[in-house]
Design a protein around this ligand. Structure first.
Ligand SMILES: [Fe+2]
Ligand SMILES: [Fe+2]
Length: 136
């Protein structure tokens, strides 16, 4: 069962970014399901690599938007993105060591929660500012 289903309430009103957010949600769900269904090390590491690619691509695009619009909290926002990439490294270690699938699952669930909070609190606040500035 999916950890999270993306819906319009997560929208940041920029199509490209919404599409990328959706891909990240799908990637987290796939990894979660694979761990739950006993997917092997190779499969889970591959899914994590795909998720990392989606996240890196998204952060780059989103940071581009923030920079282009002189977003005041730019560096704090980028630090948050870095935090997610660190968490993925941590997760990769756990998946490779394969010591505890349960601890990897917990980390994926936390990652999902933190990602949702990031979109709701941080990504949606820059959209609000862009609306105020008349960019959107
Ligand atoms: Fe963000
Ligand atoms: Fe984002």
């Amino acid at each position: 069962m999916a950890l999270l289903c993306w819906d319009e309430s997560y929208s940041v009103r920029i199509k490209e970014l919404d599409r990328q957010h959706r891909k990240i949600v799908e990637g987290i769900n796939r990894l979660h399901d694979s761990l739950k269904l006993g997917g092997g090390k190779e499969e889970t590491v591959l899914l994590l690599t795909e998720l990392r690619t989606h996240m890196q691509e998204h952060f780059q695009t989103e940071e581009g938007y923030l920079k282009a619009n002189d977003y005041a909290d730019f560096s704090d926002h980028c630090e948050q993105h870095q935090f997610f990439l660190h968490r993925l490294n941590e997760l990769e270690e756990r998946l490779k060591k394969r010591r505890s699938v349960k601890s990897a699952l917990t980390l994926v669930q936390q990652l999902n929660q933190q990602q949702v909070e990031h979109v709701r609190e941080h990504d949606q606040s820059y959209t609000k500012r862009l609306v105020e500035k008349g960019v959107l």
